[in-house]
Design a protein around this ligand. Structure first.
Ligand code: DCM
Ligand code: DCM
Ligand code: DCM
Ligand code: ZN
Ligand code: ZN
Length: 268
């Protein structure tokens, strides 16, 4: 996701976390503002372009070598090349954020990575290898040249919300919180966090990757990839996928709250 998606995930999580979790996270991040998670939600996307953070670039996705739209699936041994993928990263940083021996900076970075990667793993094209997760599929969105991956990351969310500022993210989060509490997501939110286990983070993250990857077959490219090449995505394609984008952002935020609650409780 782009900044709007990641910051919305963060605001949703901030709404649902326990007070003890908020205190734990604000202490690690050294930020007592209400925006303490949103303020670090896109840090990993800047860090990966620095020489110190270059190692983390493959941690934003898992390249599922499946065969959409005929067959969607994720296999850790097949797809997490060299142990460098978002599933391994979530497991790594879930351990590191609880460390008593790492520096404050490394623990702070671990929490920033968790906030970011629990967002990215819900973007279906971050759980797909085809054409570099859709980066090599050129499209136009409302007349602008872009690609399928970037459309999912940014164009579609920004078309829906009409901007990408922190206050746009807070507004989108508020809408999705209503859907989670008493709207279209109320009956499914329990399934989003079922089996969540910070002490088996790899299994939990594999379940999330598998869940998002299934949308590659059902929503991202249900009729295959050929028709998407050089296609205009607005409004027809957009209308067919935008509800899935909202669902995945809501899911990421709700999961992040429960994940952080579990870590903070174990740390206490
Ligand atoms: N990006 C964004 N908003 C835009 C255009 C680009 O947030 N309007 C950027 C932020 C990240 C990238 O998109 O650099 C998405 O990266 P990722 O999916 O790894 O989070
Ligand atoms: N690093 C990480 N996860 C690990 C090991 C290292 O994120 N399991 C990061 C921390 C540093 C960088 O890689 O930013 C280099 O670490 P080191 O100096 O321990 O090799
Ligand atoms: N990406 C992905 N799968 C890949 C390669 C990249 O999901 N196999 C993501 C990471 C960024 C976006 O695509 O969100 C653009 O990546 P880059 O800036 O590395 O081109
Ligand atoms: Zn992306
Ligand atoms: Zn990312």
């Amino acid at each position: 996701w782009g900044s709007l998606g990641h910051e919305t995930v963060a605001y949703i999580a901030s709404h649902y976390v326990e007070t003890a979790t908020k205190n734990w996270a604000q202490d690690i991040l050294d930020d007592t503002s209400k925006d303490y998670l949103a303020n670090v939600a896109t840090w990993a996307d800047s860090y990966r372009y620095t020489s110190a953070g270059k190692f983390s670039a493959p941690y934003h996705f898992i390249d599922a070598q499946d065969d959409p739209p005929n067959s969607c699936n994720v296999d850790y041994d097949r797809d997490c090349t060299g142990g460098k993928c978002v599933v391994a990263a979530i497991a790594n940083y879930t351990t590191r954020v609880q460390s008593n021996s790492l520096s404050d900076t490394q623990v702070n970075y671990a929490l920033r990575f968790i906030v970011h990667f629990l967002g990215d793993i819900t973007q279906p094209l971050h759980d797909e290898s085809y054409d570099l997760g859709g980066n090599d599929i050129d499209v136009t969105f409302n007349g602008d040249d872009t690609n399928l991956h970037a459309s999912w990351d940014t164009s579609i969310p920004e078309q829906l919300i009409g901007g990408y500022s922190l206050s746009d993210a807070q507004d989108w989060a508020n809408d999705l919180i209503k859907e989670i509490d008493s709207g279209s997501y109320e009956s499914q939110k329990a399934s989003w966090v079922s089996g969540l286990d910070i002490n088996d983070a790899k299994d939990s993250a594999m379940a999330w990757a598998t869940d998002a990857n299934a949308f590659v077959c059902s929503v991202v490219a249900p009729n295959g990839w050929d028709g998407l090449e050089n296609a205009e995505l607005y409004p027809d394609y957009y209308n067919g996928v935008v509800d899935t984008v909202s669902l995945q952002i809501a899911k990421g935020g709700y999961r992040l709250a429960k994940w952080l609650d579990a870590i903070a409780a174990q740390a206490a």
